[in-house]
Design a protein around this ligand. Structure first.
Ligand code: NAD
Length: 368
């Protein structure tokens, strides 16, 4: 058996700082669990531009296509704000997503008990929350043609087109059903079939895939606006939600913030299965490069560590190990450890990025 391979692209700003803490966990797996990852590292974003004049070198792109999973930190920063659009740091990330054809974006909204007070919602509404939003990522209104700003008579008109093919809906629906099977066996599909033809097709196709391939999964449908209301009213009614690119963009941000800080939120973007059966995969925290705190040891590494846990679960079939990492995170939070972004109004002494990583490693030791 070959070792699982991982390409680490730490990127800019706090990216390398939070990734250093993930490296501690990867090393822990080698030392304590006999699980060795073949790790390679490369550049993406502003640091790649500084070295190669492009935010993603072709060689890096080729490596990303070959490994079992890519783990990315964050890209961007004020130094690069005035660059031409074509070489901005974010273009490196977009190229990865596009060329790896990562069509299913997984955004968990999970509330650690110790942080339930941090939510803007009441504690009993969010405590223990654990839902997953699957957003279609490579089609829909962000990509449909025609698009642009055109002249019509003596005024201008801005046009974007919502467009979904049956096969695009089928593949993201399958990703969501598969996930539902690994979780609570419950899937809610959201669209606006009441006012959009693309929504009518979306609903039909998801229902057909459910009936024919996943009859064991409990499937429901909801209009996306009602879904937004239900997510804030009683989010625990959901397990997995599947939705299109635009609604998913909004609903995943909404759901994520039910649980507190940006420094806590992981994500995964999955594509078609490779020859070895594993999906093409990119894991990354939701947050950006946080230039306001970069280089100060203040960044919360948990979002990046939980992204690695998602890689264990979805790329490497190590669900029990993913549970172990999530359990270690829950333990340090329950013990009261907080990075600066998790400090409540009552104050206290925050721990550094490195101290948080070390504490999670100690909690992993304790889990053995
Ligand atoms: P940001 O996510 O970098 O920061 C927003 C706020 O959250 C800041 O106050 C920051 O200090 C805080 N924050 C973010 N992550 C944190 C963490 N792990 N621990 C503690 N605090 C954290 O978003 P922004 O300020 O809008 O963007 C900064 C740069 O990042 C820009 O160049 C932007 O383009 C880029 N960006 C990149 C990504 C990505 O790489 N996926 C995503 C969003 C923004």
């Amino acid at each position: 058996m070959t070792n699982p391979s991982l390409l680490i692209l730490a990127g800019d700003g706090i990216g390398p700082e939070v990734m250093a803490e993930v490296r501690k966990i990867i090393d822990w797996y080698g030392a304590k669990r006999g699980v060795t990852f073949d790790v390679s590292e490369d550049l993406v974003g502003g640091c790649a531009y500084d070295k190669h004049g492009t935010p993603l070198h072709d060689d890096t792109m080729a490596k990303a296509q070959e490994v079992d999973a890519v783990l990315l930190g964050a890209v961007g920063g004020p130094k690069y704000d005035s660059l031409d659009f074509s070489v901005k740091p974010e273009r490196g990330l977009l190229r990865l997503r596009k060329e790896m054809d990562l069509y299913a974006n997984l955004r968990p909204a999970q509330c650690f008990d110790a942080l339930a007070d941090f939510s803007s919602l009441k504690k009993d509404v969010v405590a223990g929350l654990d839902i997953m939003i699957v957003r279609e990522l490579t089609s829909g209104v962000y990509f449909g043609e025609p698009r642009g700003i055109f002249k019509e008579g003596n005024e201008r008109v801005g046009i974007n087109t919502q467009r979904y093919t049956e096969s695009e809906i089928e593949r993201v629906a399958r990703s969501a059903f598969e996930l539902a099977r690994k979780r609570g066996n419950k899937l809610c599909s959201m669209e606006k079939a009441n006012v959009m033809e693309s929504g009518v097709l979306w609903r039909e196709v998801v229902q057909r895939i459910g009936d024919t391939e996943y009859p064991d999964v409990e499937l429901s449908h909801m209009y996306a606006d009602a879904g937004a209301m239900q997510l804030t009213r009683w989010p625990k009614q959901f397990d997995v939600i599947v939705t299109d690119n635009l609604f998913g963009d909004l609903l995943s941000d909404l759901a994520a913030m039910l649980t507190g800080s940006l420094g806590m939120l992981p994500s995964a973007s999955l594509g078609a299965p490779m020859a070895n059966g594993r999906p093409k995969a990119l894991y990354e925290p939701v947050h950006g490069s946080a230039p306001d705190i970069a280089g100060q040891g203040k960044a919360n590494p948990i979002a990046c560590i939980l992204s690695f846990a998602m890689a264990l679960r979805y790329s490497f079939d190590m669900g029990a190990e993913a549970d172990r990492v999530e359990g270690a995170v829950a333990k340090v939070l329950a013990d009261g450890l907080r990075t600066a972004d998790l400090m409540g109004p009552e104050g206290g002494a925050p721990v550094s990025t490195g101290q948080m990583g070390d504490a999670i490693v100690t909690a992993l030791d304790a889990s053995l």
